[in-house]
Design a protein around this ligand. Sequence first.
Ligand code: WT7
Length: 695
Amino acid sequence: LPDQDFSQQAHIPSFQKVILSPSFSLSTDSSTLYRFQYQEMYKRSIEDPSGFWSDMASEFYWKKKWDHQVCSENLDIRKGNINIEVGNHISFIHMQHYRIHNQLMGFSQWFKGGVTNICYNCLDRNIESGNGEKIAIHWEGNEPGVDDSLTYNQLLDRVCQLANYLKQNGVKKGDSVIIYLPMLMELPISMLACARIGAVHSVVFAGFSAESLEQRIIDCKPKIVITCNAVKRGSKIINLKDIVDSALSESSQNGVCVGLCLTSANESAMKREATKWIKERDVWWQDDVPKYSTKCDVEWVDGEDPLFLLYTSGSTGKPKGVLHTTAGYMIYTAATFKYAFDYKQSDIYWCTADCGWITGHSYVAYGPLLNGATVVVYEGVPNYPDPGRCWDIVDKYKVTIFYTAPTLVRSLMRDGDEYVTRYSRKSLRVLGSVGEPINPSAWRWFFNVVGDSRCPISDTWWQTETGGFMITPLPGAWPQKPGSATFPFFGVQPVIVDEKGKEMKGECSGYLCVKTSWPGAFRTLFGDHERYETTYFSAFPGYYFSGDGCRRDKDGYYWLTGRVDDVINVSGHRIGTAEVESALVSHPKCAEAAVVGVEHEVKGQCIYAFVTPVEGVAYSEDLKKSLVLSVRTNIGAFAAPDKIHWAPGLPKTRSGKIMRRILRKIASRQLDELGDTSTLADPNVVDQLIALADS
Ligand code: WT7
């Protein structure tokens, strides 16, 4: 890879206007940093985290300042040798899982004792500072020409009405609310309304199936589910209300009965009359919510009160409910947004992620709104009505910061440059990438074609668990290398360890861990604190383990190399092999299944499933189709296997463990790299599998 200095080409207008002061301000446009400033600030963030983060936090409104300690870490927990009894002395049901008697169970807590509210800081604070008439959200519908917008004032009104509605319907501080919505304005409005009243939102990506939704409803027992009747994605109409109906009826069979389903009428996708309705339970948003007052008092919460739960995949079947709290997350998403995108008040920012994933939480909703930014929210898909849509939107709103995923870059790259060059894209200033390592050729296309070789790319490495960016370029601060996430954000101390957990120095490659806490860190896995400890803190005692492999080059740049656990990254979506396997074996004709990830031109990785049908069942194309359908209904279409490979037997060790290493080689047809197969219980299965490879 060329060590070209891309920042030389990347013209950042304010690059020269930097004030040399390592202080933070959300209200001034002085974030563009020189390299030495980064170094100075980084040094301070590590040597004096309390001072550093206090400065950042002082930008926000606090009803009461935090206790003298900005951060406390629990090193014992991190060594895995503390055993806390889970008692009943809890103030709110949703806190019992991580805070008992105010005793710290997790890895760390930040701004404890501080009293604030993230919705207030996103909306009221920005309005009070004179930004009430600034556009908060430009909403672009699936169909070109269908759009809407809300100023900060209008957004606050809408949020307050919903917050009042929720309160009136029994939602209290600490209660959970499930939001199952596509990218309509109602989605960020719902998140903010929950935050305003101290309720814990759990957004479920609207591409998840009824069964996945049901599983999440059963886990977090929401007071209310918020959804819409249908959505149009491209030319396809998806009836979301049917999915919710089925999830709610199943979950009530399982003892969790949700009495209220607030449904927004998305009439451009489906008429109200066509929507199935359960009178006692369902309410049209448009009928009821607008009746409520546009003023709603804020529920002031402790900095460590939970803000949201977001389910993500792990290496076992059950999804993990990642829990984030208020203050640390607030400060971290605001600061990372500001610095990694070199945000200025005049920017128009568009992140293509859905609020159903962490990227949408931190960098469609909270991070940008905390900065008072104007955000584009797009309902549709990137190639509808044609592959030029993204650049059409960029030109329409004069987008200056465009944040997306490598899979989208690769897919549009395949459609040809003409779809890009037909649009001006002059407004673009900074580009961003997230979700998986961006391969250098996609990086170059993004840089040269989309950004006309002018815009630096922030390749941001982070995770649902980290809340915000961990390793990321700061535009213009240092030379970029295509495919490297470059250096750690302030306060983050990445370490690369070997198998034995020994920290390696200098140029090396191994497992990526993080030493000491950062404000955006998640606090627990909801209802399963033990899994939190074992998954993240026991593999390499003393560190947070990310699950990613990583290399550090001679210049200290970090290069992420992908997951090292049983998690597959398909188009930037995290999917556990065990989840797909259990969806497959739930099919009555499937005896056993093993799933691996295989490199894919557009998706990064795709799902490749080895399936053993039950005794006596014949292999057929129909069976393949119904196996794939089983995954779609259990998880969602985005997790559907690309390939089903018949497997009369699976390669197992004598102790019965499936050797995925061998399956991965067979799946990627690297047959001369199978390695040692002599430890298998039955080495013949390998030949059988190879023979059946393309049947
Ligand atoms: C996993 C986290 C957090 C954003 C969306 C995904 C991979 C994410 C990068 C990047 C290389 C990346 C990692 C990570 N990943 N961003 N810039 N370079 N890999 O969130 O679902 O929690 O997945 O996504 O493997 O562990 P997520």
